[in-house]
Ligand binder design. Sequence first.
Ligand code: AMP
Ligand code: MG
Length: 425
Amino acid sequence: MTESDNAVQNDPSCRDDHDPQSLPVAAAWERIRTELQPVRGVEQVAVRQALGRILAGAVHSTVDVPGHDNAAMDGYALRGQDLPAEDARDFRCVRTVLAGAPPGAELGPGECVRIMTGAPIPPGADTVVMQENVRADGDRVEVRAGEAPGQHVRAAGEDLARGSRVFAPGTRVGPAELGMLGSLGLVEVPVYRRLRVAFFSTGDELRTAGSSLEPGQIYDSNRYTLFAMLQRLGVEATDMGVVGDDPAALETAFTDAASFADAIITSGGVSVGEADFVKEQLARLGQVGFWKLAMRPGRPLAFGTIGQARFFGLPGNPVSVVATWYQFVQPALRRLMGENPQPPTTFRVRAAADLRKRPGRTEFQRGILRRDEHGELAVTTTGGQGSGMLHSVSLANCFIVLPHDAGNVTAGDYVEVQPFEGVCP
Ligand code: AMP
Ligand code: MG
């Protein structure tokens, strides 16, 4: 057992079953950051294969981007000092410079070149005048007063200077990052190896699609939700199916999962009901840090280790799965993947209706964010907030985050919202 696991277990805020001792959501974030370290293992991949992966080393620029001063407009490049202070001045156009062509010889006083966007600025020139603003007649180009020296030129290295650090280790590669890697001319980059995650549902009542339901049985939804969220996160996910509420079956599943996975995620069986064996088996096979998060939905959450694998035992209620995933499991996995996750972006909007809230826990109500008749953003809940109502998540486009100490909200009050877009990388 590592020292940090010990710290989790011995800390009364995690052990105590009484509500006031539950771990506030912000403290859980801090623990994720400090207690979880990225997986070891780095591989070199071709730049396009790095999409959705996490950079394992810093990337420095070996070139200036752009590589030379170039025109930001189609027009005429000239010496800024030659611009007329009043009226107009004629310039002599000595040649045309196209993008990709060499810039040619130094410009003399009163000379200009016709230049296209992206073409290199010739030596001596430092200013571009838009072609719409001149009167051209053969090689005579009339420029009027009012143009600013230095305008419409993109400086060499203004996007990236040679030698500068472009990306820190731990950067997730998205479309803009992929483009930047391309602009540096890189062929391969180092990324962390993919995180291996095993997941399964627990519960005697669960059936998989394709089988018929007897009284008291339900179809398993959590495995679908988890599959989707793991897929989007970019991990190597292994679906281990449904495991019944049976200590021996759980033991087999845990042992199997721990033999190959970096992280194991289960749902169900972590509260104090009669068929809740997850914690008990986890304690036998590994170490449990039982985290009671001061949040709703999603209070009970088993967190621990089995062998080398990190373990996350989520509650069974489908909405609790989504809430604990976003607020806790996803940032934890991102940390294991090598990222430095930041808390999700929130912003403040008016509540369009009263909201019920009890102090002492952070609530993540499912909200619909839309503009009211004055064009102002306002939020309402999706209605019933029961933690079994997965439909409420599907109807929502944000979480309404009601903080730990807050009580009821009156219509017109400001509340924090966390848009769903952006909570998943
Ligand atoms: P538990 O945490 O095992 O006590 O489950 C809490 C509630 O969530 C119960 O109503 C379960 O039937 C339900 N539940 C548990 N696992 C799943 C699942 N995989 N899919 C849908 N509902 C579930
Ligand atoms: Mg159960």
